[in-house]
Ligand binder design. Structure first.
Ligand code: UDP
Length: 337
């Protein structure tokens, strides 16, 4: 049973990935400093899988404390590095915090991997690295445009760091996963997105429907799209989680030739904001109180993925669509009332 170190294991995508890894026979440990998450979610992971996951509440910017975890687990076969600050708006206000945190933590993880001989890393990147893409759907070789935020720049830089380190450190393998727009929750509703003051579309919709917000705003309906609202590629969090398991299996299969590879993780379908709202209303039976408002600064008009590489090389297939995302996100929201 291979042991995987998951950084950010108490976060939204991290916790769902713990479940998928355990379901697929992996042994897991987590490092999460709990500044934007709670270890309570591991109770949900335990209720689903029957397994207790050990979390080290360590700040990855603390090199000595990070080394101590690697030292205590000489059998780590790979690292999935989720842990990072992720709020676009906050990153504009506090760029130094974002660069210091997201880059220092990555450098410490990589230095520990080199020091302790861990060969495989999966890195959480984002479709925000493409900026306002020059072509749609975007493929992994669509060139980066100017990133819209310091957050997105930390992901661009993180990718470049991995590329350079993998080039130099022969035997170190990286898979970089560019997430599109994750949403939804585990079918059990024992875990889900524990966001407070959410700004992402799916939790904003479910919180509005639950009455936690009086109304919500569609940020712009005058874009050059089929109904005027922005287009995104929404991916169910359990499909996203499973892509990490597939990537781990890919990296651990010793017949593969790899070094530093990049994969888009979207389902390949563009959905407008209004279509997402209609999908929610259809699956929940709740009429949503929304208004059309001005555009939000920093939003790209449209982005969705070409995911051929992830399906052909990793053998990954998204099984769920926007309806499943809304259904499970709504079930999770109702449970949290
Ligand atoms: N959006 C919206 N109202 C909201 C939140 C989001 O209209 O209250 C739109 C946003 O402008 C974007 C899409 O929903 O077009 C997805 O936004 P989100 O913040 O979820 O993810 P992003 O694509 O910005 O990473």
């Amino acid at each position: 049973m291979s042991k995987i170190l998951v950084t950010g294991g108490c976060g939204y995508i991290g916790s769902h990935t713990l479940v998928d890894l355990i379901d697929n026979g992996f042994d897991v440990i987590s490092i999460d400093n709990l500044i934007n998450s709670s270890a309570d979610i591991l109770e949900g992971v335990k209720a689903i899988t029957g397994k207790t996951v050990q979390n080290y509440p360590v700040d990855l910017c603390d090199k000595a404390a990070t080394q101590a975890v690697f030292r205590a687990h000489p059998d780590i076969a790979g690292v999935i590095h989720f842990a990072a600050l992720k709020y676009v708006g906050e990153s504009v206000e506090k760029p130094l915090l974002y660069f210091r945190n997201n880059l220092d933590s990555l450098l410490n993880v990589l230095e520990c991997m080199v020091e302790f001989g861990v060969k495989n890393i999966i890195f959480s990147s984002s479709c925000s690295v493409y900026g306002n893409a020059t072509e749609l759907p975007v493929t992994e070789s669509t060139p980066f445009q100017t990133a819209e935020s310091p957050y997105a720049r930390t992901k661009q830089m993180g990718e470049q760091i991995l590329e350079d380190v993998c080039f130099q450190e022969k035997g170190l393998n990286a898979v970089i996963l560019r997430y599109f727009n994750p949403g939804g929750a585990h079918e059990s509703t024992l875990i889900g997105e524990a966001a407070t003051a959410a700004t992402n579309l799916v939790p904003v919709i479910t919180e509005t429907a639950a009455g936690k917000r009086a109304s919500m705003t569609v940020f712009g309906a005058d874009y050059p799209t089929r109904d005027g609202s922005c287009v995104r590629d929404y991916i169910h969090v359990m499909d996203l989680a499973n892509a990490h398991t597939k990537a781990v299996q890919y990296l651990l299969a010793d017949h593969q030739e790899k070094n530093c590879e990049v994969y888009n993780l979207g389902i390949g379908e563009g959905v407008t904001v209004l279509e997402a709202i209609y999908a929610f209303e259809a699956v929940s039976g709740v009429k949503l109180n929304y208004e059309i408002g001005p555009r939000r600064a920093g939003d790209v008009v449209a982005i969705y993925a070409n995911n051929n590489l992830a399906t052909s090389r990793l053998g990954w297939h998204a099984k769920r669509g926007i309806t499943d995302i809304m259904r499970t996100a709504w079930a999770w929201q109702q449970k949290r009332k």
